[in-house]
Design a protein around this ligand. Structure first.
Ligand code: HEC
Length: 159
């Protein structure tokens, strides 16, 4: 009896584990540091998005995503990365510290129907496996909907 209960508990936690992040959120974007750097921004203490986006972030895009930041329309296969590092200020200079997280947006209109074709995922620190999104990207998406006119992307290409 005890064994059966244990088995049930183990089986359900494995099942729950498998479902704890979205069915099929984007994978770690291998090699994104060699993609195109599109823009950077620093959020300081007191900024509305300081939790969890305090620090220096850089936005990278693959080829399709870069085209999207110019046209405002993103083809399937577009991937954008939000690379967040601590900002360390010393001797009147701010430099990059440890990586806090990366955020990923990946366009696949057939896969991510409920979030307008975008899959959202986060990876903690330098990890390629520690995923941060547990709600199918709904909370990421809800903030990105303010950019509906621009295909849910804030970043635009500058000359
Ligand atoms: C409360 C609002 C908010 C939430 C929630 C949010 N973001 Fe964003 N996100 C932004 C803003 C604002 C920018 C633009 C930053 C800039 O201009 O450099 C951005 C930029 C990005 C970018 C670069 C592409 C773009 O749209 O400019 C990615 C990738 C990204 N976010 C992923 C995520 C992921 C993944 C999540 C959920 C884990 C998430 N975001 C949650 C506000 C949000």
């Amino acid at each position: 009896m005890k064994n059966t209960i244990l088995k049930i508990i183990i089986t359900s936690s494995i099942l729950l584990g498998a479902n704890s992040h979205a069915a099929d959120q984007p994978d770690y974007p291998e090699n994104y540091r060699s993609w195109t750097h599109i823009k950077s921004m620093t959020l300081h203490k007191g900024h509305a998005l300081e939790n969890p986006f305090l620090g220096i972030h850089h936005v990278y895009g693959n080829k399709a995503a870069v085209a999207g930041t110019k046209s405002g329309h993103f083809e399937d296969g577009s991937v954008l990365v939000f690379d967040l590092l601590q900002s360390v200020t010393k001797d009147k200079a701010s430099v990059e510290g440890e990586r806090v997280l990366i955020g990923v947006m990946s366009k696949d209109s057939s896969k991510y129907k409920t979030t307008s074709g975008w899959g959202f995922e986060g990876f903690k620190g330098n990890s390629k496996t520690e995923r941060l999104v547990t709600d199918d990207g709904t909370s990421c998406y809800s903030c990105h909907t303010s950019q509906k006119e621009n295909d849910y992307v804030f970043t635009q290409w500058r000359k």
